[in-house]
Design a binder for this molecule. Structure first.
Ligand code: COA
Length: 198
């Protein structure tokens, strides 16, 4: 379903940022910050070096479900400062009507260069991506999950008004070897009324 992002007229501007599709040529720019221990600690896949990272990046065109978030630097050049994943997926439906539940929601996720942290850029980008989910993509629900110990991530979800739907006790295995608590958040299109009409 990665081609769902083709339905959007890129690039998309938010107040301070520009959003576009992530491309193969962005592999190095994303590795530059995804390799940092404070970023790798929370993301799904880690790599030891760039070749290993590139393999993961390319596998099944994984990069193609990510939105690249760009900020103009002092010279007016766009800098890639983070990515927001949009994985369009099926909702759950009873068997006779399950076709009507196909491709109606998205799981979103993010990682940003900590050099640009604490300025609301990730918040702004995720809001922009949710606008796209409920606007041109026409989805009915957006979900996001994180380890409960990843406070910056769930604070972001709460800042933008996502609703906490679940707190699971020690259900998620961290690569540190411990089973950690997890949290899940969601939003319905009707809970995002003003922006989805924008
Ligand atoms: C999750 C992550 C994106 C959050 O980064 P962040 O810097 O906290 O998020 P933002 O860029 O939106 O900045 C928000 C902070 O800037 C502040 N801020 C400043 N100006 C702001 C503005 N205009 N709008 C919103 N927030 C603003 C906020 O108060 C907030 O700080 P606080 O948490 O101390 O209150 C980042 O920690 C990250 O990439 N982590 C590693 C990867 C990861 O965990 N991915 C998620 C896996 S589930």
């Amino acid at each position: 379903m990665s081609d769902s992002l083709d339905r959007i007229n890129w690039p998309v501007a938010t107040r301070r940022l520009s959003l576009r599709r992530l491309e193969v040529a962005d592999a190095q720019a994303t590795w530059d910050y995804r390799k940092l221990p404070e970023v790798q600690r929370w993301i799904t896949s880690r790599a030891d070096d760039f070749p290993q990272y590139l393999e993961q990046f390319m596998k099944g065109k994984r990069y193609s479900r990510d939105v690249a978030v760009q900020l103009l630097d002092a010279q007016g050049q766009p800098q890639l400062i983070g990515t927001v994943m949009v994985k369009v997926k099926d909702g759950w439906g009873q068997s006779e009507i399950e076709d009507a539940a196909r491709g109606v929601e998205a799981e979103i996720g993010w990682s940003f260069n900590p050099e640009y942290g604490g300025l609301g850029y990730a918040t702004e980008a995720v809001r922009g991506v949710i606008d796209l989910c409920f606007g041109p993509l026409g989805l009915r629900r957006v979900v996001a999950e994180c380890f409960a110990a990843n406070e910056p991530s769930w604070r972001l979800m709460e800042r933008i008004g996502m609703r906490r739907e679940g707190y699971s006790k020690r259900d998620a295995l961290h690569r540190g070897g411990q089973w950690l608590d997890g949290m899940s958040y969601a939003l319905l299109a009707e809970e995002w009324p003003i922006r989805s009409e924008a």
